[in-house]
Design a binder for this molecule. Structure first.
Ligand SMILES: [Zn+2]
Length: 158
């Protein structure tokens, strides 16, 4: 089954080997169908195992990145919970505007930075969900944030 979200590459961008494969399947559409069916069956038969492998690999990468970044919320100190189904700590982009040009997931980007000999702490920090929401609001709405702090101070909340 071709991925509906990803259109096939044009012939000119293929490697010689992939081009040969494509030509072969164009000439033998029944073979193509057979292979597609076989791949789909194999996936369905091994679906659970594949999903578990994928999840545990991704979790390993995430855990490692959390460890590198200190393992706790930089604001309130909430510790990382490795058993939570959804991570209790989030990766915050320190340079908000700059990091928008990097379309990768934070943990892939962190791995790449380490590979390139860069310190991921210059780009990311760990925050719990509450602190992350707070910081993001402060960044996005400077004036509103100042007013809120003033109001909270005046009314004795802070
Ligand atoms: Zn926090």
């Amino acid at each position: 089954m071709p991925d509906p979200k990803r259109p096939p590459k044009p012939d000119s961008e293929l490697t010689p080997e992939s081009r040969r494969n494509r030509e072969y399947y164009r000439k033998n559409p029944d073979k193509h169908e057979q292979m597609t069916r076989w791949r789909k069956d194999w996936y369905l038969k091994n679906k659970l195992r594949i999903q578990i492998q994928k999840k545990s690999y991704q979790k390993g990468v995430r855990d490692e990145c959390v460890r590198i970044l200190g393992g706790k919320c930089e604001s309130c100190g909430e510790l990382y919970n490795p058993h939570a189904r959804i991570s209790n700590l989030e990766f915050d982009h320190k340079f908000y505007i700059q990091s928008k040009v990097i379309p990768k997931l934070p943990h892939w980007h962190i791995q790449r930075m380490i590979r390139d000999g860069l310190d991921p702490k210059t780009q990311y920090m760990l925050l719990c969900h509450t602190c992350h929401m707070g910081i993001t609001t402060l960044r996005r709405h400077h004036e509103k944030a100042k007013n809120i702090v003033a109001l909270a101070t005046k009314s004795g909340i802070l």
